[in-house]
Design a protein around this ligand. Sequence first.
Ligand SMILES: Cc1cc2nc3c(=O)[nH]c(=O)nc-3n(C[C@H](O)[C@H](O)[C@H](O)COP(=O)(O)OP(=O)(O)OC[C@H]3O[C@@H](n4cnc5c(N)ncnc54)[C@H](O)[C@@H]3O)c2cc1C
Length: 387
Amino acid sequence: MNLLSNHADPSQTNWDTLAQDAVAPFAHQIDRDARVPSQVISALREAGAFASGFPGPTAVSPSAELPPPLTAALNHGHMHQALGAASASVQGVLNVHHMGGSALAKWSSKAQKSHWIPRLRSGEICCAIAMTEPEVGSDISAVQTRATPVTGGYVLSGKKAWITCGDFADLFVLIASTEAGPTAFLLPKETKGLWIEPIEGMLGCRGYMMANLHLEAAFLPEDHLLGRPGFGASHVAVTGLEAGRLNLAWGCVGLAEAACKLALQRAKTRQQFGAAIGDFQLVQQLLARMTTDIHAARLLCQSASSARALRQMDAAKQATMAKYFASQMVGRVTHDAQQIFGAEGIGPNTPMALYYRDARIMEVIEGTTQVLESMIARLALSEVQVS
Ligand SMILES: Cc1cc2nc3c(=O)[nH]c(=O)nc-3n(C[C@H](O)[C@H](O)[C@H](O)COP(=O)(O)OP(=O)(O)OC[C@H]3O[C@@H](n4cnc5c(N)ncnc54)[C@H](O)[C@@H]3O)c2cc1C
């Protein structure tokens, strides 16, 4: 297959249909095997999922009444929402591809763009982002992986930890420390001196295909530097994280919607004490909380996607708030949905148990809840002028 020409325009894909037909049937297999099967990856590729969100020749629907960037941003968000409902693991794989890809698209040279972006858009290669280390989590400005300048490039040594798609991606946007400060590099997986150690037994999102990356005197040529030396954490990683927070927030909305939909069906059909459990006011309270919580998160996502598309000043704050709220919301919703299912929600291989385990991941990645609280407060404080 010619991957460069055969993928669809993502704006023309019906993401709900694609996610339900080509992804959802594999959700339990993905959890069991801790791997996204190749037929799912192929379906995503052919639907244009890898291309979504990238700059490039993506047409927007001619009938769209919204301005083109807004249509594309909402379509992109909707894709992550639909995938989140079908499989949080698959949503995460595409999320890190779009995180690394958006950082690359923004900070790469002309030559780097023309070399990498068509291959990333087509899904011929998958991208991931490697910031975290065993001793460096929330504070990525303190990365210890060292990049030493040598003739013609850099030699990298160190370890990256907890990397989504570490055992799948072809290209990593990696942050390492240099004299100038944290600096971003493009690290192809076939680089000599890179050793990939898969991580097994994750609580949820097992299809993230996680790995630790070990770098032992790995040489990268000069043209694998991404952006300026010293810009790795403050610019390149921030671009990826801003995109990732919003994608993840949409994914959480989808996951919560899927759990809530099943809980509503269960509440209508499960009979106890001679009545449907949905007739009991205490169960109704759970359903009311879930429905309202999801709607609030969806509105935050829509607003944040609009702000991003229209380049509003507060776009980063809105994306942070959307992720902050949606990642906690999905925890509450999957907990309550599981409660409505009783034992059926806890038993082996049930959708509810998978939703619950997957949801637990969301408050840790792309900025923990506590770190995002500090960020939102700082951004809000910076908007206030005191005379
Ligand atoms: C499933 C999964 C996928 C991941 N994928 C990737 C990936 O693709 N790429 C990547 O680079 N990393 C990835 N990570 C790592 C993730 O980004 C980190 O786990 C996250 O940044 C938090 O770092 P940490 O786990 O070291 O926790 P720490 O930073 O050690 O934090 C521990 C606790 O302290 C709190 N804390 C820390 N600093 C503050 C502060 N300033 N104020 C208040 N509280 C604070 C945190 O909120 C948390 O509760 C992934 C992790 C998981 C679990």
